[in-house]
Design a protein around this ligand. Structure first.
Ligand code: ADP
Ligand code: 5GP
Length: 240
């Protein structure tokens, strides 16, 4: 698996863009951050967050809310996919929707940090998507399925891993059906994959946090509780 760091061309350090809210003049901000980074390097940035869970478990619902609430500090890594957009999805916002041919070429060209086949389509995280977020000094959030999680564990990205699940497979099926986005064939493929993912998600040590998305408010509260220390750290860095 390729290294993300080789894709970051700032002398091996992440340099955030100057945040408008920072009290320092730009030069001081840069000096402080370069010093801070050269001393502590990667450990100084909040570790990215990779969110996994069966299709229909509520990842997008939870993440969209979190991203809207903390938009100054957090950004979503927009994946590439060969799947067709759903009616409410926007190219470049929900995904970069691409042809299989273009995706395969880009993968062969080393542009992806990880990629996987899921339900008949390729999904992948481009190095560029993650790089831009890290350069801006924001907390980077990724939404990846199980193979993606396994592949990310082989890179130097060093994310924290969150697994989201429903209280039962029956509830998962009901939510997927009610979402009304999948054909029966796609729904069955997703449910079959969910069974494997639930085993992986339930294996101790694979995830830093397992969220049961039963009551949405409670699941969101737990997600926030887990992520707020990183947000507080970013706030301190930006304001002081
Ligand atoms: P994923 O991104 O994991 O595929 P979604 O966020 O699209 O899942 O959620 C699947 C469906 O379940 C959506 O229609 C969403 O509105 C609904 N949903 C999400 N969380 C809950 C919840 N806690 N209770 C009931 N419905 C939920
Ligand atoms: P959906 O088609 O429902 O949007 O996504 C299907 C699955 O693909 C979900 O489990 C989601 O987590 C996963 N996924 C989305 N983007 C990526 C990605 O960049 N890499 C990998 N490996 N999986 C992804």
């Amino acid at each position: 698996m390729d290294s993300l760091l080789h894709a970051i061309p700032v002398n091996g350090v992440y340099l955030p863009d100057f945040p408008w809210r920072c009290r320092y003049p730009r030069e001081e901000w840069i000096i402080e951050n370069v010093k801070w980074k050269s001393e502590k390097k990667l450990e100084s940035l909040p570790r990215p967050i990779a969110v996994c869970g069966p299709s229909g478990s509520g990842k997008s619902t939870l993440l969209k809310r979190f991203l809207a609430e903390y938009k100054d500090y957090v950004d979503f890594s927009i994946s590439h996919t060969t799947r067709k957009p759903r009616p409410n999805e926007i190219d470049g916002k929900d995904y970069h929707f691409v042809s299989r041919e273009d995706m395969e070429k880009a993968i062969a060209n080393g542009e992806f940090l990880e990629h996987a086949e899921f339900s008949g389509n390729i999904y992948g995280t481009s190095k560029n998507a993650v790089k831009q977020i890290l350069k801006n000094g924001k907390l980077c959030i990724l939404d990846v399925e199980m193979v993606g999680v396994k592949n990310l564990k082989k890179t130097d990205l060093n994310p924290k891993f969150i697994f989201v699940k429903t209280p039962s497979i029956e509830v998962l099926e009901e939510r997927l059906r009610n979402r009304n986005t999948e054909s029966e064939e796609s729904l069955q493929k997703r449910l079959a994959r969910a069974k494997e993912e639930l085993v992986y998600g339930g294996t101790p040590g694979n995830f830093d946090l397992v969220l049961v998305n039963d009551d949405l408010e409670e699941a969101y509260r737990q997600l926030k509780e887990f992520l707020l220390p990183d947000i507080e750290g970013l706030k301190r860095r930006m304001y002081h």
